[in-house]
Design a protein around this ligand. Structure first.
Ligand SMILES: [Zn+2]
Ligand SMILES: [Zn+2]
Length: 267
């Protein structure tokens, strides 16, 4: 099966490879298509994202590659839009909506960056109550989907990344499942995101199996994305993601094709 990836980072944000290096690698891997989704600008943290002045150049370079490789590889210009970024329309082909920060007591905590930051968020931001942080995170996920109406929901349960959140507890699953149902009212496509596996943070993609099964029950479409930050990882662990989709009961995944999500059978 030829894979497509809509969630790739380049040197325009926190990726290590240029757009062109990613394109050439995707061609060598015989991928079906490639979409870039560098991080939108967040004023609360400029360390990893695109600066507003770079948006035009990002789009111009992708559109040049799109035309250069039009006979070889469909290329798309997307954005990974953070909850705390502005929601102006910059003309991207698609938007992946992600939440990377939990704000508490006036401070922004990057909850998917380091375990120490997440622990600090729980202790200093939420008085030691991990589930209060979880509820705050998922409230942002739902609101982001409602306000942005994105093309894809990014790494829905990334808050579980460091094993700090009690992701197997009944309380957690109830909160996450309710948020998932609400989010699915505003966006009909979620990603299976394999990014944590290639970066050594886990052995399973997002979302976790109980949530993926719930998405199947809700008839939500699935795309498989690697959230790659290096070209080698453009299609990292896609076979595993496919198995997860099958185990959740999916008989097709979707791929982005010129603005439309089209089904591909995985039976
Ligand atoms: Zn992200
Ligand atoms: Zn990403």
């Amino acid at each position: 099966m030829r894979f497509s990836n809509l969630h790739a980072h380049s040197v325009f944000s926190d990726g290590v490879n240029t757009l062109r290096e990613n394109v050439e690698c995707a061609i060598s891997k015989e991928m079906l298509s490639l979409g870039f989704s560098d991080h939108s600008y967040t004023a609360c943290d400029e360390s990893y994202c695109m600066m507003p002045r770079d948006y035009d150049r990002y789009l111009t370079e992708i559109f040049a590659l799109k035309s250069e490789f039009c006979d070889t590889l469909p290329i798309y210009a997307g954005i990974e839009q953070d909850y705390y970024s502005d929601r102006a329309d910059y003309g991207f082909d698609y938007i992946i909506a992600s939440v990377h920060y939990v704000k508490a007591k006036g401070k922004y905590y990057a909850v998917d960056h380091m375990a120490t930051i997440q622990r600090e968020c729980i202790s200093d931001g939420f008085g030691g109550n991990v589930m209060d942080m979880v509820r705050s995170y998922y409230a942002s996920v739902v609101e982001h989907a409602y306000l942005t109406r994105p093309s894809v929901i990014g790494h829905f349960d990334v808050i579980t990344k460091f094993g700090i959140v009690p992701e197997h507890s009944d309380e957690y699953l109830r909160v996450a499942t309710e948020a998932l149902r609400e989010t699915a009212r505003y966006c009909s496509v979620f990603e299976i995101n394999t990014g944590a596996i290639s970066r050594g943070y886990g052995t399973e993609p997002y979302p976790a199996m109980p949530l993926l099964s719930e998405l199947r029950a809700l008839d939500v479409k699935i795309v498989i994305n690697s959230d790659s930050h290096a070209k080698e990882n453009l299609d990292s662990s896609f076979d595993l993601a496919l198995k997860c989709a099958v185990n959740a009961g999916y008989d097709s995944i979707h791929v982005f094709d010129n603005g439309v999500f089209k089904p591909v059978s995985i039976k």
